[in-house]
Write a protein that binds this ligand. Sequence first.
Ligand SMILES: [Zn+2]
Length: 106
Amino acid sequence: MTSEERTQSGGDGGERPSRPQRPRYGSRRKVCRMCVDKVKGIDYKDVSRLRMYVSDRGKIEPRRKTGTCLKHQRLVCTSIKRARHLALLPYTLGHVRQTGIFPSRG
Ligand SMILES: [Zn+2]
């Protein structure tokens, strides 16, 4: 009988001790928040919503960061610019410091 020999043949079988373990975030896919809320239009006066899409430096967050879809990102972009014009949102970091609209960082 050579069945025993057959199972142990090779030496370097399928076992690899140093297998790289990847943390899986399978269900962590970003979805556009406004698509979830079924928002059709964004009001430029809705600063509390717009502020989520502005970084603490007063910049508009990129889509890859917020997960906003292209359609809503455009709406956000234009309404942020409008809000900036009306001094509801800051243009630059200097504005952030002056207005203190983002009190998190000095
Ligand atoms: Zn969307």
